[in-house]
Ligand binder design. Sequence first.
Ligand code: UGA
Length: 430
Amino acid sequence: MSGLREPIGVIGAGYVGLVTAAGFAELGSEVWCVDIDESRIELLLRGEVPIYEPGLAELIARNRERMHFTTALPDAVAAARLLFVCVGTPPTYAGDADLSAVLDVAAAMPASADHALVMKSTVPCGTGRSLMRMLAEDGKGELAYVSCPEFLKEGTAIEDFMHPDRVVVGDDRGGWAGDAVADLYAPLEAPLVRTDVASAEMIKLAANAFLATKISFINEIANVCEETGANVREVARGVGLDERIGPRFLSAGIGYGGSCFTKDVSALKLLAANSGYHFQLLGAVIEVNELQKRRVVAKLARHLDSLAGKRIGLLGLAFKPNTDDMRGASSLVLASRLAAEGALVRAYDPIAAEEARRIMPELDCAGSVEEAVDGADAVVLVTEWPQFLGMDWPSLASAMAGTVVIDGRNALDADAVRAAGLQYEGIGVG
Ligand code: UGA
């Protein structure tokens, strides 16, 4: 297959870039993966992978011969027509997306009709058109531009790459580049959405905003369930069987985290505001999520009276299982709110502890579940790592000083927890 497939360049060896590079290498392309971070490229050249993503190290190792890692963008430009832009677009202090890395890449592009910038980085709607204008002013108007937003989820990114729900290719000129990108994805046999650049950009933002809305919605239903005696898991099951709604992203809990939802929902709200439109719904989605992260503190306070001096064991820190990503993690808000109330927090996460300590150096991280719960007045499940789901509750109960277990993900076996003599409380489950 190799040799028949279009070679590609991938700029940015972060999470999206590495998964995209390894995925296309697996499909048979030669891939030039470029990053300005020399230590990152050195690591990759040594066969190490700088991020934790299940299956990624194996995929890179399997396709090592087709993957070229370099800090020199010209190497990729010389080898490939399609240059996938996978650089970060973190929020600015104003909450908009910081496009400086994207602009740096555009500035380094050649004035060539035989090359295309393929934008995978999440950018505000309108970015592609203003980039094309800027490139034209710079004498690079012939360079093709395609928007190809990314829908990978951390933790299942390889699976998502190989089996996408859809592939979106936005192209305003109808030239060779859109067809070439669509051809690259053709072996995956996913529904293809060929559209204009602005619509492609908006599809990405709208998809993340809708999923975040779904989560905030079910979290509010959970909160009402707590007042009325209904069980949100039963409600979500009954509601989700309606094909128009669907069962996924209806798990109530301690709020969504991660860099994408938090960043993209705000970015879309601000994009609307900058264009003169007040996106009311997203304001509520964000507020509900912020309050949801704090509800666990109120639950603990209800059980323990005062939180001052109480020992709280947190199980999980990552914003979701199977990742070491701590960006936007609900655990950070929870840990710092508890500390502010005078509680003594000790947390355990199988993968993300180091990253958590980097962000919050004062966090007391345990080396095991047992250490985290030892002497605890209460335990909170924050991230539903598989190893937390079948724990030996009788033995944990005997190590704890208190009896309170708050299940922030509605993922534990409530009967097993109660059978160990502990008090179980979930989110909206009665
Ligand atoms: C999200 C989107 O799902 C991807 O499609 C998108 O490509 C990605 O953002 C991105 O823009 O890069 P991700 O942030 O990796 O992916 O994680 P999700 O699986 O979507 O989970 C986000 C948060 O929502 C997590 O904290 C998770 O625990 C929470 N969540 C998810 C819930 O609280 N309830 C649910 O029912 C589902």
